[in-house]
Design a protein around this ligand. Structure first.
Ligand code: SF4
Length: 92
């Protein structure tokens, strides 16, 4: 499987999401939380993390955001008004 993406970030949404799903499945099997077991956390640089999100694609309204300042898929402190190229909308 290639690691390239349409955005050119080198990390595809598929790669991140498959990693998160694998972590969730492992967590269910062991009783640990998905965050504790997530095998994939990519760097901010690899997903073009920015301090000011474009439009309404902010971390605070991303499906992968974990309050108060974390992300299931991206390592490090995450700001609510920041953003990156793997942003996903929250499903109501
Ligand atoms: S936009 Fe979403 S995936 Fe990207 S850093 Fe923010 S919370 Fe994480």
């Amino acid at each position: 499987m290639t690691t390239s993406s349409a955005s050119g970030s080198g990390v595809s949404r598929r790669t991140v999401l498959l990693g998160c799903l694998a972590g969730g499945a492992s967590a269910l099997a062991t009783g640990a939380s998905a965050l504790e077991m997530s095998p994939v956390k990519v760097s901010k640089d690899s997903v073009h993390y920015v301090l000011t999100a474009q439009g309404d694609h902010r971390c605070g309204v991303c499906k992968l955001f974990v309050a108060p300042s974390s992300c299931i898929a991206v390592s490090g402190d995450i700001g609510r008004d920041c953003g990156c190229r793997i942003w996903l909308p929250k499903v109501a």
